[in-house]
Design a protein around this ligand. Structure first.
Ligand code: ADP
Length: 618
């Protein structure tokens, strides 16, 4: 067994690998960029090596730096995680050439599956059903148009080197083909340095079903059943589950056998995933499921397989890489219950899923029986703009699909993150969508109903009233009169929007957490809001008497009206903050001088950020 392991990755997957390595008594070495100097994976590893600047192409994608880190720390093996260099055959070869153990398949297996056209050809030869289409070398536009017509519209044009949902074009009819081909080739050349494409029949109501496979160096290959990853947004997986809804035993057997044949055809060693596309317009059947591609690494969604099989896939990876045989044979593996995973992202569904980066002042995950959180961040850490803004994978297990689904929903509803925005409420809506709830899911569901799913929730009256009461001066606090509770109203800013809340007679129900000085945070339904007092004169900051001008909410400084050292009078405008689509004027709380000025026009600021400091003049 290897005794030391360098993890050539970051975030949740680096932490996930470290967790198992630690249990196995293996010394762990993290690598990190500038931005990740204080990241969770760095904190959790036994050692950490700085490998470069924040952009991945200057750190996590530089194979030589990673090899140098392995040499410097005496690491015996390298685990690439997913993404970054995990499917880079040249890097895998360089690791082997350096005399290190590569926790992954042979470089030749990676190459064989690296290009979609070559992989499809190989799979067809191995007797694995592939999506009907053209996957040859002729790239002439007129010829490809003829092939598309032969296949029959609609067709999908796919960059052979594509990945991550990029480099694909759906073409509905012949007259749109030429333009779609040209644009697909442009994108493919720019993104992958290879403009070759293949053409596939577009499968109506497609379902994405994949099979986890595992091979060792002793000729064994097993499968660990299927996962359904059909709930996607723009070809990116959103919620994954295992097993697949509606999968009968005969179809499963045929599908998993095809996956094992596929793995054997490339002498596969280690953890891999065979992705299939299924025609979801009717019941699943083996003759309507086709090979799409193989991912020659651990998948993001591997925890759902772990949850239903009880296998630690990272442990298997490390054992197989050390030369051991697979710990279990096919007949030892069985499905127990149901598991579902949601990808919790730092993004704002209400704003077109724009990434929401910044410091995680509040980070609380919900809990459930059988629940699991795989994260790469902690409260106080930053979601950086340099990498994928995933906060965590939230995984639930249940005896059956509904139990797993309900538990996952509860975990997401109890998730509270501030001031970074997340997709938690969107995920809850997706889980409760009637079609998803009934197991009727295809890759187009979010595209069709996404707008309704992305609607921002509002906090409940009970929670708002309790929060408002805690901010309300004692004179109008609830419960002052025993009978005929007064119906009093007070005004607040809820995430910067003026709201009217009945405070008299409010019940102390619901939850509110202690807030940064300027208000209270309330969290519900997977969403968190900041409730702050509203002031008639529009002076919402700098009110604590100290002269510290703090940002009352996250936003953007759009104007600065004073300079450092300038004398100001009480009520004089200092700066304007734009937050939640409204402008907020911050004024001097008393006569004084601008002793310090941190606000810069155009800059994004977090809640409670010090913008300026006013010192009273004697
Ligand atoms: P990538 O390598 O970019 O992930 P894939 O080939 O795995 O590309 O396809 C990504 C997604 O695109 C699939 O999960 C599925 O939703 C959709 N897709 C791929 N091929 C087809 C097809 N022939 N018909 C319909 N949808 C498809």
């Amino acid at each position: 067994m290897i005794t030391s392991l360098l993890i050539a990755n970051r975030g949740e997957i680096a932490c996930r690998i470290i967790r198992t390595a630690r249990v196995m008594g293996i010394r762990t070495i993290a690598v990190h960029s500038d931005a990740d100097a204080d990241a969770l994976h760095v904190r959790e590893a036994d050692e950490a090596v700085h490998i470069g600047a924040s952009p991945a192409r200057e750190s996590y994608l530089v194979g030589d730096r990673i090899l140098a880190a392995a040499r410097a720390t005496g690491a015996e093996a390298i685990h690439p995680g997913y993404g970054f260099l995990s499917e880079n055959a040249a890097f895998a070869q360089a690791v082997l050439d350096a005399g290190l153990v590569w926790v992954g398949p042979d470089p030749s297996s990676i190459t064989a599956m690296g290009l979609k056209d070559a992989a499809k050809t190989l799979m067809a030869q191995a007797g694995v059903p592939v999506t009907p289409g053209y996957m040859g070398a002729n790239q002439d536009a007129v010829f490809l148009a003829q092939e598309a017509a032969k296949i029959g519209y609609p067709v999908l044009i796919k960059a052979v080197a594509g990945g991550g949902g990029k480099g694909m074009r759906l073409v509905e009819s012949g007259d749109a083909f030429a333009d779609a081909l040209a644009s697909c080739k442009r994108e493919a050349a720019a993104s992958f340095g290879n403009d070759h494409v293949l053409i596939e029949k577009y499968i109506a109501s497609p379902r994405h079903i994949e099979v986890q496979v595992f091979g060792d160096r002793h000729g064994n290959v097993v499968h660990l059943f299927e996962r359904d990853c059909s709930l996607q947004r723009r070809h990116q997986k959103v919620i994954e589950e295992a097993p697949a809804p509606g999968m009968d035993a005969a179809t499963r057997e045929a599908l998993c056998a095809a996956a094992v044949r596929a793995a054997k055809a490339v002498d596969y060693v280690g953890a891999g995933t065979i992705e299939f596309i299924a025609d979801g317009s009717g019941a699943l059947s083996a003759d309507r499921i086709w090979f799409m591609e193989m991912n020659t690494r651990l998948q993001v969604e591997h925890p759902v397989t772990e949850a239903i099989t009880g296998v630690d896939l990272v442990e298997w990876q490390l054992r197989v890489a050390s030369g051991e045989p697979l710990p279990l044979a096919q007949h030892d593996l069985a499905i127990d219950g149901w598991a579902m995973e949601a990808r919790l992202y730092a993004e704002d569904p209400a704003k077109g899923f724009m990434p929401s980066i910044g410091k995680l002042d509040l980070l609380q995950f919900g809990e459930a029986e059988g629940g699991r959180i795989d994260t790469g961040v902690y409260e106080g850490a930053e979601v950086s703009p340099f990498y994928d803004p995933m906060i965590a994978k939230v995984i639930a297990w249940g005896d059956d699909r509904d139990e797993a689904r309900e538990r996952l929903g509860a975990m997401l509803e109890d998730t509270a993150v501030w001031p970074v925005r997340t997709n938690a409420a969107f995920l809850v809506n997706a889980l409760r969508h009637p079609d998803f709830a009934a197991g009727r899911v295809d890759t187009g569901l979010i595209g069709r109903d996404g707008e309704a799913l992305a609607v921002d929730p509002m906090p409940s009256d009970a929670v708002l009233q309790a929060a408002a009461a805690s901010l309300t001066p004692a004179g109008i606090a609830p419960g002052l009169r025993l009978n005929a509770p007064p119906r009093r109203k007070a005004w607040f800013l809820l995430d910067g929007e003026k709201v009217e809340i009945e405070v008299g007679g409010a019940q102390a129900a619901g939850g509110g957490t202690d807030a940064p000085s300027t208000g209270v945070l309330v969290a519900e339904q997977g969403r968190a809001w900041l409730l702050t007092p509203w002031r008639r004169d529009g002076t919402h900051g700098g009110a604590d008497g100290s002269g510290a001008i703090l940002a009352p909410m996250p936003g953007k400084v759009i104007a600065v009206d004073v300079a450092e050292g300038q004398a100001v009078t009480r009520g004089q405008k200092l700066l304007t903050l734009e937050a939640m689509k409204m402008e907020h004027t911050l004024v001097a709380p008393f006569d004084g001088v601008v002793a310090r000025l941190d606000a810069v026009a155009g800059r994004q600021v977090q809640v409670d950020a010090l913008l300026a400091q006013i010192e009273e003049t004697a």
